[in-house]
Design a protein around this ligand. Structure first.
Ligand SMILES: Nc1ncnc2c1ncn2[C@@H]1O[C@H](COP(=O)(O)OP(=O)(O)OP(=O)(O)O)[C@@H](O)[C@H]1O
Length: 313
């Protein structure tokens, strides 16, 4: 199956000399949701902007639906909807008109039935006659999505859809993305949050310093990096790990007061219950237990510290 987006050896050096993208290659399949993860300045927005035709690359090619974004930009752009990072809406314009207007910008004729469908699916139909300045932050973000969907794009770009939004709103955005996924829209989103990528994406691409370090199915990546550490504090310091508990992946702190145990959050059996039972069986009294999820920073540290081959998926 031909990928809906084909990125080959893409590079971008800004006039200032900053190399924002270096030799990025990636295929994105139709209907897929892919999350681009990376720290500030990694090159995520630049990558999206190049695909959307807003930034001119200095090397490489991008095809959307088989159309080269430079030589066949009109056809390529018709297939794309972009939800930018920053909310910029005409404050006095009514929601319905905003979306109608965007549709017109793409040279599409009026289709209020379709716009109604979009607004309903984004829970905005009741607000269709409200001026955008009257909307909450979450509603404004949904209007941006409605505008991006106005011309029925096949591919939707969401640039940090939940940056600076509260937990409830983040969940709401995830639900919107899930609905779009079921409608078959291909979605490329950028985020700083591992949790968000895990929740929404089929695949995760990690970008750092303009390089695509890897692209992997989410479940695979989380299986490898999404580990938790259980820390068990004991009441009496231990001199060593008891022989009966050797080979179980336990680590003893230098002061003998805590044991740590790494486990895979996705495993059917984490081994925690058995471990706690066995500690009791050894007469080891537990004072406290706590768990910690590996953070995105740690994932990055792991990735950045071991140079990898670029992966073209
Ligand atoms: N118009 C521009 N002119 C010059 N340099 C730019 C321009 N836009 C971005 N850059 C630089 O290119 C690099 C990549 O920026 P980009 O915005 O793509 O990163 P990002 O991963 O989207 O970051 P963030 O997570 O902060 O949004 C940064 O060093 C940035 O300063």
């Amino acid at each position: 199956m031909t990928a809906i987006i084909q990125i080959e050896n893409l590079s971008k050096q800004y006039g200032s000399g900053t190399k924002a993208l270096s030799d990025v290659s990636l295929d994105i399949q139709e209907g897929e949701i892919i999350a681009l993860l990376g720290p500030n300045g990694a090159g995520k927005t630049t990558l999206i902007s190049v695909i959307c035709g807003l930034v001119v690359p200095t090397g490489g090619t991008v095809r959307v639906g088989g159309h080269d974004i430079r030589t066949d930009w009109r056809a390529a752009r018709k297939l794309i909807g972009l939800v930018p990072q920053e909310i910029a809406l005409e404050p006095f314009e009514k929601v319905m008109n905003c979306v109608r207007f965007t549709r017109g910008l793409y040279g599409e004729g009026p289709d209020d039935a379709y716009i109604e469908q979009v607004l309903r699916s984004l829970a905005l139909w009741d607000k269709r006659d409200a001026a955008t300045r009257e909307l909450s932050g979450g509603m404004k973000r949904r209007v941006l999505i409605a505008k991006a969907l106005a011309h029925r794009p096949k591919v939707l770009f969401l640039d940090e859809p939940t940056a600076g939004v509260d937990v409830a709103l983040r969940r709401e955005m995830w639900e919107v993305v899930d609905r779009l996924r079921r409608e078959g829209v291909t979605i490329i989103l950028t985020t700083h949050y591992l949790e968000e990528a895990e929740e929404m994406a089929d695949r995760i691409g990690v970008i750092n310093h303009g390089r695509l370090l890897l692209v992997r199915p989410t479940s695979e990546l989380m299986g490898e990096f999404g580990r938790k550490t259980l820390t068990i504090e004991v009441t009496q310091p231990l001199a060593a790990i008891p022989d009966d508990l050797a080979g179980r992946g336990l680590h003893l702190s230098p002061d003998g007061r805590s044991l740590t145990y790494d486990y895979d959050t996705r495993a059917d059996r984490t081994g925690i219950a058995r471990l706690l039972g066995d500690l009791a069986g050894q007469g080891i009294m537990v004072r406290d237990v706590s768990t910690r999820q590996s953070s995105l920073e740690e994932v990055f540290m792991t990735l950045v510290s071991e140079p990898r081959q670029e992966v073209t998926a």
